[in-house]
Design a protein around this ligand. Structure first.
Ligand code: ADP
Ligand code: MG
Length: 190
């Protein structure tokens, strides 16, 4: 058993299309321990989303090994992986993926409903922590980009996840807002 929350060992991912294969990533070595904030930087197309998707067990590596919570993802059953994602992993998607027809609070409640864990904070409390408590009953379209990003992060931590995977969480923000988001994520990791 390894103490790493997630670990990629010499991971290569090829995507196969009709006529050829496209290299997503090659020979990735990466690990993250509890409390660690790991930033993956690189230009568009360099494989950042591929790495995050592999780390979540949503893609299988073509070569190499992915360990999640100390266990090879190939040893997880489909339902074990689903449970791990619902209970132990929080996602922040590049385009937020807030449900348009639900209020911000309801978006959080929805994700909390996927997890059987105890001890989840009420949505209002989570949103207050991210300084958007006053927006809880709003639909997502009323929020600014920065506020949506905060809501997406509040949702990602709503089930007390041990691993937060955030895909370009600062891409839609100005540098000051971006810095604040990294600070919030770092604070949560501690
Ligand atoms: P990033 O997130 O850093 O922009 P990606 O992980 O999305 O990079 O992509 C890495 C490479 O893999 C790119 O060349 C991209 O075109 C390719 N790729 C990603 N997803 C697929 C897919 N589903 N099918 C084919 N090629 C893909
Ligand atoms: Mg990407």
């Amino acid at each position: 058993m390894s103490a790493d929350i997630v670990k990629l060992e010499n991971v290569t991912k090829l995507y196969y299309t009709n006529s050829h294969s496209v290299r997503g990533v090659k020979g990735i070595e990466l690990s993250a321990a509890k409390g660690e904030l790991l930033l993956i930087l690189g230009p568009s197309g360099s494989g950042k989303t591929t790495i995050i998707t592999l780390a979540a067990g949503l893609l299988e590596p073509t070569e190499g090994r992915v360990h999640l919570f100390g266990k090879d993802i190939r040893k997880y059953s489909r339902s074990e992986l689903q449970e791990a994602r619902a209970d132990r992993i929080g996602f922040v998607f590049q385009t937020f993926l807030l449900i348009d027809s639900l209020t911000i609070s309801e978006n959080i409640k929805l994700v909390q409903g996927f997890s059987k864990k105890d001890g989840k904070a009420p949505p209002e409390e989570l949103l207050r922590k991210f300084s958007i408590g006053h927006l809880k009953d709003n639909l997502p379209y009323k929020l600014s980009q920065g506020e949506k990003q905060r809501a997406a992060i509040a949702r990602a931590v709503a089930n007390n996840a041990e691993l937060i995977l955030a895909d370009e969480p600062t891409a839609n923000l100005d540098s000051e807002q971006g810095y604040e988001i990294i600070r919030l994520l770092g604070h949560y990791a501690k």
